[in-house]
Design a protein around this ligand. Structure first.
Ligand code: F6R
Length: 598
């Protein structure tokens, strides 16, 4: 939700912030702006639209800040775009200032140019008689809400940064400093980073000084090196990040396999849980949003079926409003690609306050969810830039699978032979994904045939039900086709009324000895009512082809791993339909990659 970047150093700051902002566009893409420091003045440029289309040259400078917006307060206009300026001060902000109205009311006779919650920050700093750094600090102390803020002053060569609840990371290359919402913004220049924590401010001059806003205590923190490569944050030769990220999945799972398994032993050395603690887990609660919530639903199958641990899956946004019952024998697993989703973070805090152990699954290093968890399993998916989550989803499923086997071993519930078989199964997955991707023709044909439909239903049972939800979510978010996922058997309790000969119904109907036959009956029910049947089936299943208007095949794997394979055609289909409809695949309307507001 909004991306910010600032630069101070020996290079041309304008070029660096333009380039960096383009990398942050996934966080917000309705308008953008720059403040370039020129001697003792600012060059302010604001535009409505998407930053990647910006091709003007900006004046050279060594200090600049910039912002790409996902609007919360105030519509999409140049006036509401950041930076906001008052007197000598220019600022950019990611987050929400909850008490902005109250603060504005105190500033008598001030004329505000925008409808934003942010502008008041510039006014508070700009009207203060204190030196810049102190005025900044005093202002930050007055703010309620969430923020990552960068401020510059016409009369100073500093960039000041503050964070509470919104991400802010500082890249360091010799005496050049990059301060941004996310690492890809400056990864081209450096992978040496420092994460700013809540209630900290950074003063960036010829060097960098971090201190706690309330205690003033200086904080010495060593930069760390991030293993993400530049290629991972670029489209390379793909037309969209989404397609690139779909294609990366086989390699990512292969790398996870290499990292997590040694001689049939599962490695989770950084897991901050003793064997006894693992043995004492009486209940698991998974909290997440969106696609990450779908992987939690699949994990429920893994934990209950293989570990026999009672497991619940909660919408993170609802969790804390129910006064959930938790104790030290409950393991709470927040799942989040970004590690910054405000609802997931709030659920984590609720669980922590009630004494539960927290092991999170997070992709982005140094995120708030990571920092507040007892331990974190990194997804190792590399930067996910496409707004629709794809590779993070299958990495989550892979990690949850490994965690299940690991717990199964520690709790002595999975026999050795089964562990070996399950490791063998997951090691086959990368090549099976490759085979689906190499046979993408079917999916393309399917997209060609149905892309003009206005609605779609996605149905599945058992472990394929979450894939029905995920398939529907992918389609609606990137192609704007209204789509719903249901457990196939629920259809007769209402949604069946929607079936007519205009309604495509996607059945995730892979072969198993649990629900397959029942799904076939559900297909018959839809067929009898004239619905269009599109099936995702197991290679070799001729019966389903007979019943379906269109069939896409995936290879056979174990029941628990089927969702990883079944998700690939779902992702590709949503992608190709969106491309045919000329939708903005990587930046769907109204969406932001990480929702840092509740
Ligand atoms: C869907 C999607 C969202 C996210 C959700 C949670 O493609 O990307 O539904 O899954 O906003 O985000 P994270 O995983 O970052 O917490």
């Amino acid at each position: 939700m909004c991306g910010i970047i600032g630069y101070k150093g020996s290079k041309n700051a304008s070029e660096i912030v333009i380039e960096g902002l383009k990398k942050l566009e996934y966080r917000g893409y309705d308008s953008y702006g720059f403040a370039i420091k020129q001697n003792n003045s600012f060059e302010i440029i604001k535009e409505v639209g998407k930053i990647h289309k910006f091709n003007k040259e900006l004046p050279k400078s060594n200090i600049a800040i910039a912002h790409t917006r996902w609007s919360t307060h105030g519509s999409v206009t140049k006036e509401n775009a950041h930076p906001h300026v008052y007197n000598n001060i220019a600022i950019v902000h990611n987050g929400i200032i909850e008490n902005y109205q109250e603060l504005k009311n105190k500033l008598k006779n001030h004329e505000f140019k925008s409808e934003t919650d942010t502008e008041v920050i510039a006014h508070l700093i700009g009207e203060s008689n204190l030196p810049f750094e102190q005025a900044f600090k005093e202002t930050i102390k007055q703010l309620d809400g969430t923020f990552a803020i960068l401020a510059i002053n016409k009369d100073s060569d500093q960039i000041l940064a503050a964070r509470k609840g919104s991400p802010l990371v500082i890249g360091i290359k010799d005496n050049d400093y990059f301060i941004a919402s996310d690492i890809p913004a400056f990864l081209k220049h450096t992978n040496k980073v420092l994460f700013l924590e809540d209630d900290e401010i950074a003063v960036i001059n010829d060097k960098i000084k971090i201190s706690n806003i309330y205690t003033n205590k200086e904080i010495k923190r060593k930069p760390m090196e991030i293993s993400w490569s530049i290629e991972e944050a670029e489209k390379n030769n793909y037309p969209h990040f989404m397609l690139k990220e779909i294609h990366e999945q086989a390699d990512i799972i292969e790398k996870i396999n290499q990292k997590r398994v040694l001689n049939n032993e599962i490695l989770f050395s950084n897991l901050n849980l003793t064997e006894n603690e693992i043995k004492n887990i009486k209940r698991i609660v998974l909290v997440a949003c969106g696609t990450s919530w779908h992987s939690a639903l699949i994990a429920e199958f893994m934990f209950e079926e293989l570990l026999k641990i009672p497991t619940e899956v909660e919408y993170a946004s609802e969790f804390r409003y129910r006064d959930p019952i938790l104790d030290e024998n409950t393991l709470v697993i927040p799942i989040s690609q970004s590690g910054e989703t405000a609802d997931t973070l709030a659920a984590l805090r609720e669980a922590k306050s009630k004494g539960a152990k927290i092991v999170s699954l997070v992709n982005v290093h140094g995120s708030t969810i990571e920092r507040e968890s007892d331990s974190t399993i990194h997804l190792d998916a590399g930067p996910e830039i496409g707004v629709a989550s794809t590779k993070a989803f299958t990495s989550q499923l892979t990690m949850l699978y490994y965690l299940t086997i690991y717990f199964g071993k520690v709790r002595n519930i999975l026999p050795l032979q089964q562990i070996e078989n399950r490791i063998r199964d997951i090691k086959l997955i990368p090549n099976l994904i490759r085979s689906i991707l190499n046979n993408g023709k079917e999916v393309l044909e399917c997209a060609d045939k149905y892309y003009l439909k206005k609605n779609a239903l996605y149905l599945g049972r058992g472990i394929n039900f979450p894939i029905a939800l995920e398939g529907a979510l992918k389609l609606k978010e990137v192609s704007y086709i209204h789509a719903e996922g249901y457990p196939a058997a629920e259809m007769k309790h209402g949604p069946i009324a929607l079936i007519d000969n205009e309604m495509p119904v996607f059945f995730i109907a892979t072969k198993d000895n649990r629900t397959y036959k029942k799904v076939i009956s559900n297909i018959e029910e839809v067929k009898a009512r004239g619905g269009i049947i599109i099936s995702i089936a197991t290679i070799g299943d001729k019966e389903i082809r007979e019943l379906s208007d269109f069939t896409m095949y995936i290879p056979e794997t174990s029941y628990i791993l089927t969702p990883i394979l079944a998700s690939i055609p779902m992702q590709l289909l949503a992608y190709y339909i969106a491309v045919k409809k000329e939708c903005d695949v990587d930046q769907p309307r109204n969406l932001a990659k990480s929702c840092t507001v509740e």
